[in-house]
Design a protein around this ligand. Structure first.
Ligand SMILES: Nc1ncnc2c1ncn2[C@@H]1O[C@H](COP(=O)(O)OP(=O)(O)OP(=O)(O)O)[C@@H](O)[C@H]1O
Ligand code: SF4
Ligand SMILES: [Mg+2]
Length: 331
């Protein structure tokens, strides 16, 4: 197992009043358990504010967990800090959404991509040039790009630079947080293909985060659907699309545009009403009940646990079985 997360929580204190006392907590991640196998791509989806980025940052210990355990490559890293984390930083990397913000504007590509080699290995300039050149080729850039500055590149090329930097130390595990969301549609597929190729070449394991199910669909082996800090459903990718068991998943699938109007007409749609509630005051019982067209009285009172209802298929809904029987969640 590459990563095992048990009952992970991350609460952010909220301050208010004249004394700026803590008046509550944003429960950005509220009891999430997942395990990701070596070589697997685990897709994590959910609307804006559901806690995806917080989960990604917490598993890498870029932010301290409030509770739960993180086991990385067989080692419990929950309580590691400072120096103890340095060797692990090589093995786990993150790629963020915005390649414009991720790159230092006054540094050359060679220094941006090569910096981790100097920090972690004390590599010489000749060594850095050699390895940066190799890496640039692997991500589809040229050796000549080495001495240029970020502003001379397109968004897609910048994301390639970000990826080159993340890969230069040969990590085992990467969190890809909306890696294509800031890019033109035409470039998105190219970057996803590149990531797929690199994954095979470098034996990587990915946690792929996106608000867009279509982005994670093709690349992920399994997908987890998050809502207000909790997982609503986890299933193998194809199964999740063909047989969603949670109304929220169904709504996310319905939101994917279908280019063919004839096919689009045939599809059974489910649209979500309202906005995602504030994670400062999540709804009682099932957090999705304020927006769920199938909610009954018990949903407001009792929280449905995430249960494995078929091998590898987990769902947190009181009525998953009934909904499946009547076929309302079918494609
Ligand atoms: N440092 C922080 N301090 C306080 N609240 C935070 C902090 N970081 C995130 N939050 C809150 O935690 C919740 C989850 O945020 P997060 O960024 O993890 O969501 P997300 O699913 O990644 O959303 P998006 O799709 O917009 O990136 C939000 O309500 C957000 O406002
Ligand atoms: S538990 Fe109730 S409110 Fe929640 S998803 Fe299921 S039917 Fe909807
Ligand atoms: Mg995010």
């Amino acid at each position: 197992m590459m990563l095992e997360v048990q009952d992970l929580r991350k609460y952010f204190p909220v301050r208010g009043g004249v004394m700026m006392r803590v008046i509550g907590h944003v429960k950005a991640v509220d009891g999430v358990s997942i395990s990701i196998e070596k070589g697997e791509v685990f897709g994590l989806v959910g609307e804006s504010g559901s806690g995806k980025t917080t989960l990604g940052r917490t598993v890498l210990k870029l932010t301290e967990p409030t509770g739960g355990r993180i086991i990385f490559d067989g080692r419990d890293i929950t309580d590691l800090s400072g120096k103890e984390l340095i060797p692990l930083r090589r093995e786990m990397q993150i790629v963020f959404q915005d390649p414009y913000k991720a790159l230092h504007p006054r540094k050359r590509v060679k220094d941006i991509v090569g910096e981790p080699l100097i920090i972690h290995e004390g590599a010489s300039d000749t060594e850095v040039r050699k390895r940066v050149a190799e890496m640039l080729k692997l991500v589809g850039l040229n050796v000549e790009h080495m001495d240029r500055y970020p502003h001379e590149f397109s968004g897609g090329q910048r994301q390639r630079i970000v990826i080159a930097r993340a890969l230069i130390l040969r990590p085992k595990f990467m969190v890809l947080d909306e890696p294509t969301s800031a890019l033109d549609v035409s470039v998105q597929a190219k970057i996803l293909n590149l990531l797929s190729d690199l994954k095979e070449q470098f034996d990587l394991t990915f946690l792929l985060i996106s608000h867009n199910l279509a982005v994670v669909q093709h690349m992920s082996n399994r997908i987890g659907v998050m809502y207000l800090g909790k997982l609503m459903e986890v299933a193998p990718s194809q199964e999740l699309f063909e047989k969603p068991l949670h109304p929220y998943t169904k709504a996310l699938i319905s939101a994917i545009p279908i280019p063919d109007p004839k096919l689009a007409k045939k599809k059974r749609k489910m649209t979500l009403r309202g906005e995602i509630p504030s994670p400062l005051h999540p709804p009682s019982g099932c957090r999705f009940h304020t927006r769920c067209p199938f909610a009954k009285e018990i949903c407001e009172r009792e929280e449905p646990p995430l249960r494995e209802v078929e091998p590898g298929h987990w769902v947190a809904c009181h009525f998953w079985d009934e909904l499946r029987e009547v076929g309302v969640l079918n494609a």
